[in-house]
Each structure stands twice: as C-alpha cells, then as structure tokens.
Design a binder for this molecule. Sequence first.
Ligand code: A2P
Length: 312
Amino acid sequence: CTTTFKLNTGATIPAVGLGTWNSTDEKEAKGAVVAAIKAGYRHIDTAYIYRNEKQIGEGIKEAINSGLVKREELFVTTKLWCFDQTDPLPALEGSIERLGLDYIDLYLMHWPIPIHKREDANGNLIWQPPLDDPNRAEYFRKDWDFFKTWELMSKLPESGLTKAVGVSNFTAGRLEALCSKGKLIPACNQVQLHPLLPEIELLEVANKYGVILEAYSPLGSQNTPVLKNEFISEIAKKNDIPAANVIFSWIVSRGIVVLPKSVKEARIVSNLKTIDLPKEDMEALTEYASRNGGPARVATSKWLPEGFWEEY
Ligand code: A2P
C-alpha cells in the first residue's frame, strides 16, 4: 500500500501519522511518540490546543537522541488556535518553542473561525467560547475572517519555521472558496473522516486543487463507533485483519493521510499497517460509505457557532 504522498510544495508526507488529540497525560503523550517512532512512524500530528506540544517534543527529542531517527526524517504538524488568527507568526514561534524544534513541516489553521483572546477571572486563557456564557456570540470575531488569516499564514514558510501551511476543518464550500481566490493553495486540509463520514464532495474539491486531505478521528474518536460497524467487520473478517486496519487502508487507498490516535503501544504498532484491499472490498466500502455516511460527525465540537457545518 502507498506509504507516502506528495504535497503541492514538493515535500513528501507519510500516509499514516500518529494522532495525539486527547493524549494529554504527560507521560502517555511522550511515551506514545517514542513508541510510534520505534514502530516506524515518521509523522506526528499535534496542535497548540491539545496542550501536549511540550511532551510531544520531548518524545521526538528522546527518539532523536537515542538514534532511532533524524529530525529530517520526521514530519511534524501543529496547528494555529482560533484566538491567534490575527497574528499567526508569534503563535507559530510559541509552538516551535514548546516542541523544542527548529522548524515544523506543516502548520494548519485549526478551524476557519477567528475568536477573541480572552482570560477568565484567574488569568487562564479561554480556549473556546463557553457554552454557559450568555454573551458567547461575542467571542466570535466579526472584524476578521479565515481569508485574512490565510493571507498571513501564506507568508509563514518565508520564516523558515514551517515548511508548509494548510487548513483544517474546512468544508467543501469553504475549501472551494479559499482555493478559488487564486492565492496560495493549502498543502493539506485535515478533517474528521472515516467510512461513516466519507467526505466525498470534499475529496473532489481537494483533488481539483491538489490539496491533500488528512483524516483525524478515523475510528470516530473516543468510543470508536466506526469499529462497531458490521459491514466493516465483515470486510475485516474476510481479509483477516482488524477492522481498524480496514478503515485505515480504505482511507489511504483514497489518497488521504490517516492519523489514528493511540497511547497504547500494541495499538500504535498495529495501526501503522495498511494493506491494498481487494478492489471489490474497496468499491463495496466506498459504495456503503456513500449510502450511509454523513450524519456521524461524532467529534463535532459543541463550541462552534450555530450552523457552522451547514453555512458553506
Ligand atoms: P487508546 O489511545 O487508549 O488506544 P480516533 O483515532 O478515531 O480518534 O480514535 C481514537 C480512540 O480509539 C482512542 O480512544 C484510542 O484509545 C482508540 N484506539 C486507537 N487505535 C485503536 C485500535 N486499533 N483498536 C481499538 N481502539 C483503538
């Protein structure tokens, strides 16, 4: 099965990367990175809001220092949080510092939603507009939009701090709107994607503009609803591989990067394996996905502005 894809920058991106959302326990996050690199992963995905950049960086450093890998063999991604959209360079510098790296390979706009940076009464950053705040709507910036953020992000590779820039959580409509502006095309768009959320239209837009899609929560996140699907289990049985690997193989065979999250060594090891599914299974799963996919956006954050997914 394909193990790398080419970005529109010319860089190579490993098709399977370690997801680290919810890997917040300090030891677990670092241990997962070391275990992943040991197992052969060369691609690690984090974000400022995951609040584990420091631990991820320590894992990377340990792997490099023990001779498992060289920095230039790794592909490291982190993401710009929504309250930093009006000034992404210092935010990138902060991530680089927490990671303890000289550069990252990919910097993504985490959501196309600029918000105001506010603190609570204890001086802690408010990461997301609180659901119980009656003035919640005021957190969302009206003086800014993702097009402006993208203009600023487009200049970031010049700093040498990131090799490429991209976006995340862009719907087909928003990706089309951004790409058709005739400015820099994002290298990637990272979205929740799996057989119950196949993003068929989004993949068409991405392919039209040469944007690589990346799939987060490929098992449907914490309670892994996709793993409980009988249709997928049948294909797994037939091919004698775990259902998780059927899902990852199907995603990678569509030309999409997959980012399974795990902090358990045995799963980290087994999740790296993708196979070329037989053509009839690929087609059956794609057909199944196009009929049944859609409503299962299980990781949707409640903090989003109302109508976010439907707006465009
Ligand atoms: P853990 O970290 O304890 O292994 P997703 O990638 O869709 O966000 O799913 C992540 C969830 O699935 C996590 O709770 C993770 O738990 C679990 N997980 C990761 N890999 C597997 C696997 N191969 N089989 C079952 N569960 C898995």
